[in-house]
Design a protein around this ligand. Sequence first.
Ligand SMILES: *Cc1c(COP(=O)(O)O)cnc(C)c1O
Length: 397
Amino acid sequence: MKKRNKKDSPGIFTRAVHSGEGRRKYADSLITPIVQTSTFVFHDTKDIHDYTSKKKVRFEYGRYGNPTQRAVEMKLAELEGAEDCQLFSSGMIAITTTLLALLSKGQQIIITNDLYKKTLQFCKDELPRFGISCSIVRVGDYQELEETINDRTTLIFTESPTNPYLYVLDLKKLALISGKAGIILLLDSTLATPFNQRPLEFGVDLVIHSATKYLGGHNDILAGVVLGSEKLISKIRELHKTLGGMIDPQCCYLLLRGLKTFPLRMERHNRNGEQVAAFLENHAKVKRVYYPGLKTHPQHRLAKEQMDGFGGVVSFEIKGGLRAANRFLNRLRLCYIAPSFGGVETLIVHPASVTYYDLSRRERLEMGIKDELLRLAVGIEDPEDIISDLKQALEVS
Ligand SMILES: *Cc1c(COP(=O)(O)O)cnc(C)c1O
């Protein structure tokens, strides 16, 4: 069976069900309970002493951690093949806390130009207010990346695959560049998930996911996670305790529940994604499809080398510009018009009118966001039903 952490460790389906939870739980419950408490009780002063002298590992206060949360963290660490993990209340607070924990005044971060919109905004507009400079290099330009590194560079932060164009970066090459310079390589791997890509195996130092997407998987929670070495995670955890972007126990439980079927859902997202991408590529009304699983994708070979599947996000350009895009969207009956991806329902967004509505057409085009671009987040429905919805909506557009 593939996707094992080590030779003798269980496969990813088994890990998704069992890891992190332990065999014996409160009141002989099979399921990990929701520990709905803001604080934890010390039974006497010896108990306090055992805790503060690190003789006993336990919980102290809700902002510092919770047993339901820890179960999710350990399951995620097992899925990613990471030493440790920290969970947050959203992907963005995972990103901002991580960056603030690892960067200081006078240092430089290098990012790629097509990061998640709010990540880009934080790096470009907020970090410089704290004396941290941000250099932006074109995605896939490894030479420019190397040339941008200087003695103040502390961190490289990028995504693979990217959103909405699904550009695939060479993780080995990135790790070689960052390793040689002795800087931290941070990767937002949300689009790939640990089912399709395990960046730590390629030498990436820290992996971030918006667990709002595939890991949660049901479009009902927001959560974020960072994974990597114990040393780096503990540094991030310390600042997290101060900044306080905690996830609550109920939400942890929903994530824990969602994770049990995560590999099953991913198999389906991968299969549906491939079928929908192939359908769109052969449709006369579609100008271009962006999906790493297609042979026509510019980094298809690289994607096949470093990924086990390509997920459910399929971007495409429709012929006939803005008007055709609007007509198409208004005719959909199964797919919902909504941002986000990774859940069981198929969603579609029109980046020009949703994510980038606040920019002028010229600014959007400079960022590569064309009017005719649509991003489909294929769910786990029957592929024939998704395809037939797309087909009938494309007919008149
Ligand atoms: C959604 C997303 C985020 C932000 O995560 P939230 O959970 O919405 O805060 C960051 N990066 C990527 C790639 C995303 O798709």
